[in-house]
Design a protein around this ligand. Structure first.
Ligand code: ADP
Ligand code: MG
Length: 319
């Protein structure tokens, strides 16, 4: 059977030309570029909580890194390197090969190098810590939203939740719709280029992992402001758009796992924001306004208030 060190050497050790020291010593070494701050984030994926135990390993490799890259995107940081802490029931080589391929394909796309980690036997658990950089003071922080800012979202919302609903047999989709929706769930696209393009334009930003209402709520709380959201302006995903209006609203507002960015920007930057989205090839939609009064108000296209009760995901809250 493959030893711990053979496993690391065979599947996870690759050249790391962009960093001072990669895998193999007690620590890796990063040399920050002049005038840059290091952005650090850590996300853990637990079997049975974040994915099904028999999940496709290639997609899991992609998603483990993608959710971390998405946090860098939400700060406007450029990816540099990451570590991987892996707990595995057994060293299954076919699984490891596919997992590593999925992970490295995305890492290469963003020139982000695996510089270390830890490997233990145990229940399947994947923990990535990622390091990015951005010019000092340019981070898109959750506490930076200002009254009268526009609220924007990137791409489209709710298709990942639609994919989850199909996986859980909450509803039935035709085969091609199900494949497309599940791909939004299992193979998210981190909006790295968009985050970088929004430096100096956006005030606050967050990535939508737990649902728009919950994640926007973090910005509102940290910034001590409120918001009005136009529910009819939300960009429902292409698969979700074929569903009934009630489901579209529910999944666009509170479905998780889309990994789009929600950000606020002053109205004077409207054109520049649109140009930034075009430059990086990501659709951007204005969905509301930051208010000085706290609390979140939902309205329809005519400005009529809407009620909404479904909360976003919280690991420790009982329904
Ligand atoms: P230590 O005992 O000093 O923590 P280890 O023996 O656990 O070091 O790991 C040896 C080297 O392999 C270290 O550089 C560590 O960062 C790296 N490493 C261990 N597991 C992984 C992994 N899953 N992915 C990438 N690098 C790893
Ligand atoms: Mg160790």
């Amino acid at each position: 059977m493959l030893s711990e060190f053979d496993l690391i050497a065979k599947y996870f050790t690759r050249p790391t030309p962009r960093v001072a020291l990669g895998i193999g010593d007690d620590c890796a070494l990063l040399t920050p570029s002049a005038g840059m701050q290091i952005a650090i984030s850590c996300d853990m994926l637990v079997s049975g909580t974040h994915f099904f135990a028999d999940a496709d390993p290639r997609m899991l490799g992609h998603k483990s890194l993608a959710v971390n890259l998405s946090d860098l995107a939400a700060m406007g940081a450029k990816p540099v390197a990451y570590t991987l802490a892996l707990s595995l029931p057994k060293p299954d080589e076919a699984w490891l090969k596919a997992f590593a391929e999925g992970m490295f394909a995305l890492a290469d796309l963003h020139q982000c190098e695996l510089i270390g980690g830890d490997t233990t036997r145990g229940p399947l658990n994947i923990c990535v810590t990622i390091f990015g950089e951005l010019p000092v003071g340019s981070a898109l922080r959750r506490d930076a939203a200002k009254p009268c800012d526009d609220i924007w979202v990137s791409g489209s919302l709710g298709d990942a939740r639609l994919g989850l609903a199909a996986c859980l047999s909450e509803l039935t989709l035709d085969a091609s719709t199900q494949i497309a929706a599940e791909s939004r769930l299992h193979v998210p696209t981190p909006r790295i280029k968009l985050g970088i393009a929004l430096r100096g334009l956006a005030h606050a930003a967050i990535d939508i992992s737990d649902g728009l209402i919950g994640d926007l709520g973090h910005i509102l709380k940290r910034s001590s402001v409120g918001a009005t959201l136009n529910v009819d302006a939300l960009p429902a995903g292409p698969m979700l758009s074929a569903q009934a209006q009630e489901l579209q609203r529910r999944f666009a507002l509170a479905g998780g796992d889309d990994y789009e960015l929600c950000f606020t920007a002053p109205a004077m930057h409207r054109d520049a924001v649109m140009t930034a989205g075009k430059k990086v090839g990501v659709a951007l939609t204005r969905v509301g306004t930051i208010d000085a009064a706290t609390g979140l108000r939902l309205v329809d296209a005519g400005g009529q208030p809407l009620e909404f009760h479904s909360a976003s995901f919280d690991h420790f809250k009982t329904p």
